[in-house]
Unconditional design. Structure first.
Length: 335
């Protein structure tokens, strides 16, 4: 038995489940004084999220800016340290890994970042960028690394001949392909995609999305796809989770969520999706008020201050995520 298996607790997991998240929480302390030691409160960026992700599926995470989507993805990979909760990857408790174990374990989980302009070191050539994870994690010869880099470039649709160029010599879409190649360098099984096409032109977005789907089929990848673009999420996701103020309010298969959203917040989101026919009848739901502060969230249901269907119960009692017609929804209308 390896050191990793010995030190990291393993919990029995469903063979179809790759990743299970239980009550994941990330709070950032708030201090009144610049150099004060005692926190005066906390920003609840992620406030108790639970979900499971099956092998080979793409789960989309959507919601307004500031709802905690990106923090969720980073906390799952421990790029930011969770405040509480469990992250189980094939039964291994990721939060129980020490720094050295986590470094070895990261080969299983990688990330594609939002901004291809900022996520690539401008001082390094593409070859150096792709070689770095291979040097760090895999003992191999220079020739083996070069062959791997050439294969990665071809896999994402770029010429190995251009690996000697710097990032600024590529277009935005090409840079994001390089970011995808870097994520694939260590043969991961799970990739967090944090708005990977939001910084690209619409004409390039479809090319990158098609590439990601093709790679998923060829390599057996599992994605967590974070985005605020509902049309992109609808195209690529098998299931979609809707977040509001750090909480998961609805989780359902993609077609069911878009055809019949249950949660009032999800209904408002779906009503804002542009339609090909501008003259087609539609019920646009316009929410009143602003999103509450995650540092001082409302009591009860966090959405009750803007919800057109709010009841007295919503103001005092927080709804749990419950099964409802083959999906999960956190709303007292269905409890």
């Amino acid at each position: 038995m390896s050191t990793l298996e010995t030190a990291a607790p393993r919990i029995a997991a469903d063979s179809d489940t790759l990743l299970e998240i239980r009550d994941l929480t990330k709070h950032y302390p708030v201090r009144k004084k610049l150099f004060g030691r005692r926190p005066a409160g906390a920003v609840r960026a992620v406030d108790g999220i639970s979900l499971s992700i099956k092998r080979g599926e793409t789960i989309g995470i959507v919601g307004e800016s500031g709802c905690g989507k990106s923090t969720t993805g980073r906390a799952v990979l421990r790029l930011v340290e969770p405040t509480a909760g469990e992250i189980l990857f094939e039964g291994t408790d990721v939060r129980a890994l020490n720094p050295e174990q986590l470094r070895k374990f990261r080969t299983n989980m990688q990330m594609v970042f939002q901004d291809p302009y900022a996520s690539l070191d401008p001082r390094w050539t593409v070859r150096q960028i792709l070689e770095e994870p291979l040097r760090t994690h895999e003992p191999s010869s220079q020739r083996e690394r070069e062959e791997r880099i050439d294969a990665l470039m071809e896999t994402v649709g770029l010429s190995p001949y251009h690996a000697g160029r710097f990032p600024h010599e590529f277009s935005g879409g090409q840079r994001q392909r390089i970011g995808i190649a870097r994520a694939l360098a260590l043969n991961p099984r799970f990739i967090v995609c944090d708005e990977p096409v939001s910084a690209l032109d619409v004409s390039i977005q479809s090319q990158v999305l098609n590439l990601m789907q093709d790679l998923q089929e060829r390599l057996g990848l599992t994605y967590m796809f974070i985005s605020h673009d509902l049309s992109v999420v609808r195209f690529i996701s098998d299931r979609v989770g809707v977040m509001y103020l750090g909480k998961l309010v609805e989780l359902a298969p993609t077609r069911e969520l878009f055809d019949l959203p249950l949660h009032p917040y999800t209904q408002a989101l779906m009503s804002a999706v542009p339609q090909p026919d501008p003259d087609a009848p539609r019920d646009r739901i316009v929410l009143k008020g602003d999103v509450p502060s995650p540092a001082n969230p409302p009591s009860g249901c966090a959405f009750h201050t803007r919800c057109p269907a709010a009841m007295d119960r919503c103001r005092s009692e927080m709804p749990e995520l419950r099964e409802q017609s083959g999906r999960q929804v956190a709303c007292h209308l269905y409890g």
